[in-house]
Write a new protein. Structure first.
Length: 278
């Protein structure tokens, strides 16, 4: 305020001197106003220069997502061992986003589609960066006794009963909204039972009746030694056969049981194709 007053006083004095000297009063006033405006502009610029400059916001760099590819069909589980339940099956050759790893580095927390869970690191092709953060899995199911972190091949789990041979469980999940076609494989030996749960999820919006077409194939020249039991497979009870089973939102799963009667181990593949029922 004092600087502006001084400029104004200076301008008035200049006008007065010009007038006293017989100069043109209007010209003197115009000159004084111009000088006052110039001085005010200089003062404003100087005040702005004296203000501290704003500190730029720091740029936060986000980590690039890490992706990996499954080397074969593998179960996506709720935790880092086969003691956890199966969320879905990720087919071989699918890309997943790696979110973390367990403390031992043997299982990976991944995101696939709309699901997040854990898969064994044995079924990933290529190397995962060593600096992937450690993620904490949920507590293991109470019945698992805290199960270990080994296994996970094909997403199977094993159990046995005193009255029968050991049974290995498999789960294959189809999406009713996606007309899914998926497969799952295993290798069975004599005195073993493989039990495959075929389940159809995500029925929202489905308005037509559906069926699951099954093709069951075995890598053996003696398919008659591989016995099957499944709904709809009454006439196809040995390997290398096809059948269909009707499914609905209220009856969305069934089981295929496989047993090798004799001979060396046999590699099997179940292919499930979801179709509209005839």
């Amino acid at each position: 305020m004092r600087k502006h007053s001084a400029a104004l006083i200076f301008a008035i004095l200049a006008i007065s001197l010009l007038a006293a000297c017989g100069g043109n009063t209007e010209a003197a006033i115009a000159t004084g106003i111009a000088q006052t405006q110039q001085i005010s502009s200089l003062e404003t610029a100087a005040a702005a220069a004296a203000q501290p400059s704003a500190t730029p916001e720091p740029v936060v760099e986000e980590d690039e997502p890490v992706f990996a590819t499954t080397s074969r069909d593998v179960n996506l589980r709720g935790g880092d061992s086969t003691a956890y339940g199966v969320i879905t099956i990720i087919p071989g050759g699918q890309q997943v986003e790696v979110l973390g790893k367990n403390q031992a580095g043997t299982w990976l927390q991944v995101s696939y589609g709309n699901a997040t869970g854990w898969i064994s690191g044995d079924f990933i092709s290529g190397d995962v960066p060593a600096d992937i953060p450690v993620a904490q899995p949920p507590p293991p199911p109470a019945s698992s006794g805290g199960g270990g972190s080994s296994g996970g091949g094909g997403g199977s789990t094993s159990s046995s009963t005193p009255s029968g041979p050991p049974t290995t469980q498999f789960t294959l999940v189809l999406d009713a909204n996606d007309w899914d076609n998926k497969s799952i494989s295993g290798e069975i030996s004599t005195n073993q039972i493989h039990r495959i749960n075929v389940r159809v999820d995500n029925w929202g919006g489905v308005t037509v009746p559906l069926e699951v077409d099954i093709a069951f194939q075995c890598d053996t020249g003696e398919p008659e030694k591989v016995k099957l039991a499944a709904p709809g497979a009454d006439d196809n009870v040995i390997c290398n056969n096809n059948w269909s089973h009707d499914v609905s939102s209220s009856n969305n799963q069934f089981y295929v049981t496989v047993q090798l009667e004799s001979g060396s181990s046999v590699r099997w593949t179940l292919i499930a194709n979801l179709n509209e029922r005839d």
